[in-house]
Design a protein around this ligand. Sequence first.
Ligand code: HEM
Length: 438
Amino acid sequence: MESAHRLVVFVDVALMLLLLNAGSWSDGVLVGPPPDPRPPSKGPPAVKVGFYNAKCPRAEEIVRAQVEKRFRIDHTITPALLRMLFHDSFVRGADASILLDSKPGNEAEKDALPNLTIRSFDLIQEVKEALESACPGIVSCADIIVLAVRDSVALAGGPKYDVPTGRLDGKVSSKDESLSLPSPAFPVEQSLESFRQKGLDLEDMVVLLGAHTVGVALCGFFNDRLFNFHGTGAADPTMNPQLVARLSNVCPNPFFTESNADPPINLDQSTPAIFDTSYYSQILAGNGILLIDQEITADPTTIGLVHRFTSPAEFFPAFVRSIIKMGNIGVLTGTDPLGEVRLRCNETNRRSSLPSGPSQPVHRPAKPPARRAAPPSRPGTVPVPRPPVGRSMKHPPLSVLRPPPPVSRTPPKAPIHKGKPSPAPGHIRRRPSPPSSG
Ligand code: HEM
């Protein structure tokens, strides 16, 4: 029984490594990169700084106030929003397609494997409601995301910048298209290819990875680096041995444990809640968490940029240029029939609810529909190695074998105090413990 059990573990693990090394994000089906649904737009985007000045002069002020209010109780909105913008922009452009709910006959981006731990949807909706009260039907959800990112980065100690607005919201969101997001196990060359497909270059990629100066990654994204790097049975030799030792005590070894714990680990070991340059000095010291973080210090094409971005005078302006560029990928603007200003960020406008003139009241349902949890695990599945708990169920390989446990998109409650050490070493408790599967 015991040996059969071990065999299952090894089959699981072997499959996991195979997929991590070879595949892209997928819900159990190994696929090549899907065709880019929206190639990067040609020419300068039709967005501009101050787009809402005439139609909704307080728009940016309203966004800032809401973001500040939330930041006061939850510093993790900065990483949450940054990652939301990245995942939105890379799929169909920055059109808020990531905010749309799945509906019968259409599974949306939100429910794709790489997006299961995207958070702060509720914050965007809250901002939207405040804007709808002030100027109904004017400010798009896509613009709210870029504005909220801008404000939360500044609040976390990062650069302050003007950001162009005037995006429309997309009407389409497809789970499958999210497979074009780069996997954390991609080597530099392959990650760069994903960025190039979106009109971003090597410098954009290295400077945008600097967003990993805030936030966390679940152990499941890198535990092969701790316990069985490239099938060697040993840790990744490029990872600082002290970090390996520390994280090996925090992350369960998926190869030899029945634990289903998958704790989040700070991406930046020094100042995980501050938007600064310490990500770069940390990765130079071998303290990169994800493989891609460490690999940009080993690749001759990227190491120069890594050194350059240890200087705030270099990093901040370059980050601003690239985050604006990312927010301009494939934007829908003007009277583009593919876009609209959504009335609610999680659903496209229904025909009947579209404002058709000044006298026509805008129909808005009283309450947003509750977020749908992921399907529960099948009873009786072999419990090892467990997929990550809760929303962490996004490691491509294990999903092949087991459906995810119920997940919650509830925002984290515990505030993170800027610059203070985490409760456990290297570890921010940002999510309440999700219910166990079943
Ligand atoms: C090659 C490109 C990239 C890869 C492979 C990658 C991969 C990942 C992974 C696996 C995580 C952990 C997610 C989790 O545990 O829930 C993560 C977290 C994060 N990523 Fe990236 N990322 C990339 C680029 C970017 C970019 C361009 C940005 C934004 C500009 C970004 C911002 C973040 C942030 C802020 C977090 C922390 C999220 C949180 O705390 O909730 N990443 N990334």
